[in-house]
Design a protein around this ligand. Structure first.
Ligand code: UT7
Length: 320
């Protein structure tokens, strides 16, 4: 018995910001951003927030799965940009969906968050603690950006993706999951600063800081290694994988992974040109777009792989 994805959905804010739009507010250009990243535009939230985006993606996924919210035993939201410190995002999504009893939890693992969420749902299902779960990645990264820091803010976008999973005979086959906190500072965003009756501070809100080259080096080395580890565990070759659904951070990272794995680039669908890096939302948004485009056939082998702040990374092999 394992865990199968039976429905996918996504939602992105309406407001499109192109590279040319950014060039009007900072010293950058469409040429620079396109060449270095492959990103042409991103969606930016103008007031909906993480809960609303997550709820819309979730409703979309439930509809696609053909199940009612009441049938869910669990809702997991992967996010690093929650609207509230508490209650958690998942409980507020639950309220929007109209299910009033299932387990609701948020999970923070940056761009690997959705993978960790799927692993957690799988573990609950394997343990008999849940039968059907909703796993969502929802992010409003635009509120964590310093919009004068051109090397970081141009990469990111807002949005949400979701999958419904349930117990089944085929589905998730193998998982690898890792973290290494020693490089925690290479992509980091502070929480609220400590300020109370003992400690007085001028409260300033900090923004995302990133050592882009260090993150790039980490990704191009770690992702192929981790996929090799996954496929070795599963006892299958790279050539047997039909689709590689990677975290959508940078086109050059995906090209490099394809080259290092010696797997044709056609097997690496991408949508980062439209959405930029949506962190925990990127894998489920792409999964949904591929699913609705009819790209996946029953029995296809799919590798999901995420990487990001923590540092965190991992990969999942599943049969569609
Ligand atoms: O989920 C994981 C999230 N993080 C990532 O995926 C980040 C991975 N890293 C990257 O994608 C790349 O490192 C970046 C796209 C962020 C940067 O590309 P790079 O080739 O590493 O550029 P760089 O930082 O070395 O900057 C090269 C030049 C610099 O100018 P000088 O010093 O050579 O004169 C920068 O000031 O490009 C300049 N620059 C820009 N120019 C125009 C930096 N950002 C921009 C910009 N527009 N937006």
């Amino acid at each position: 018995m394992t865990t199968k994805i039976i429905g996918t959905g996504h939602y992105v804010p309406e407001r499109i910001i192109t590279n040319d739009d950014l060039a009007m507010i900072m010293d950058t250009s469409d040429e620079w951003i396109s060449e270095r990243t492959g990103i042409h535009q991103r969606r930016i939230d103008t007031g909906e927030g993480v809960v609303q985006m997550a709820s819309k993606a979730a409703k979309n996924a439930l509809e696609n799965a053909g199940i009612m919210a009441e049938e869910l035993d669990m809702i997991i939201v992967a996010t690093s940009t929650a609207d509230y410190l508490f209650p958690n995002t998942a409980s507020l999504v639950q309220r929007e969906l109209g299910n009033h009893q299932c387990t609701c939890l948020d999970l923070s693992a940056a761009c690997t968050g959705f993978l960790y969420g799927l692993n957690t749902a799988h573990a609950y299902i394997k343990a008999g603690m849940a039968k059907t779960a909703l796993v969502i990645g929802s992010e409003c990264l635009s509120k964590t950006m310093d919009w004068t820091e051109r090397s970081t803010c141009i990469l990111f976008g807002d949005g949400a993706g979701a999958v419904v999973v349930t117990e089944a005979e085929t589905g998730i086959e193998e998982i690898v999951s890792h973290s290494d906190g020693r490089k925690g500072e290479v992509i980091i965003c502070d929480s609220r600063p400590l300020e109370n009756f003992l400690v007085k501070k001028d409260v300033t809100y900090a923004y995302t800081r990133m050592d882009g080259q260090e993150v790039f080096r980490f990704a191009v080395k770690t992702v192929p290694e981790c996929i090799h580890e996954l496929l070795e565990k599963a006892g299958i070759g790279v050539e047997e994988v039909d689709h590689f659904i990677l975290h959508q951070a940078n086109e050059r990272i995906i090209h490099s992974v394809s080259k290092r794995l010696k797997a044709p680039l056609e097997r690496f669908p991408m949508n980062l040109q439209n959405y930029g890096n949506t962190s925990a939302a990127s894998i489920p948004i792409l999964l949904d777009e591929c699913n609705r485009a009819g790209m996946f056939q029953s029995g296809d082998k799919i590798v999901l792989s995420g990487f990001g702040a923590g540092l965190t990374w991992g990969a999942i092999l599943l049969t569609w």
